[in-house]
Design a protein around this ligand. Structure first.
Ligand code: ZN
Length: 106
């Protein structure tokens, strides 16, 4: 008799727990490549981040991805991820709003 719970994950930058769909997943693939995974379904070790550039910058400053993904992350990779992050942010927000519309709310 467990109540249904929304799966929650912690943002690696600000340490806030949030519903999974509020977070952007960054994944280290089995090949060792680090990339943003909007689908949330790619294989590999994942780290979650709020869909906010401010949190990305915080993660970069505190080297949160190194800790979460347990692998060295070079400045190049951070730069590439940051560019991707800015690109997917709009798409991410749009998807989120679409999902909200589908639900009938409380
Ligand atoms: Zn955050």
């Amino acid at each position: 008799m467990r109540p249904r719970k929304i799966p929650q994950r912690k943002c690696v930058a600000c340490q806030q727990m949030m519903a999974k769909k509020e977070l952007i997943r960054v994944v280290r693939s089995p090949q060792g490549e680090i990339q943003i995974d909007l689908s949330g379904k790619k294989p590999g070790r994942g780290a979650y981040l709020c869909g906010k550039v401010s949190c990305f910058k915080l993660a970069k400053k505190s080297k949160a991805f190194e800790r979460a993904l347990k692998v060295p992350v070079s400045a190049d990779i951070y730069d590439r991820l940051e560019a991707d992050f800015v690109k997917v942010e709009d798409e991410f927000q749009a998807n989120k709003e679409m999902t909200d519309d589908d639900e009938d709310g409380e």
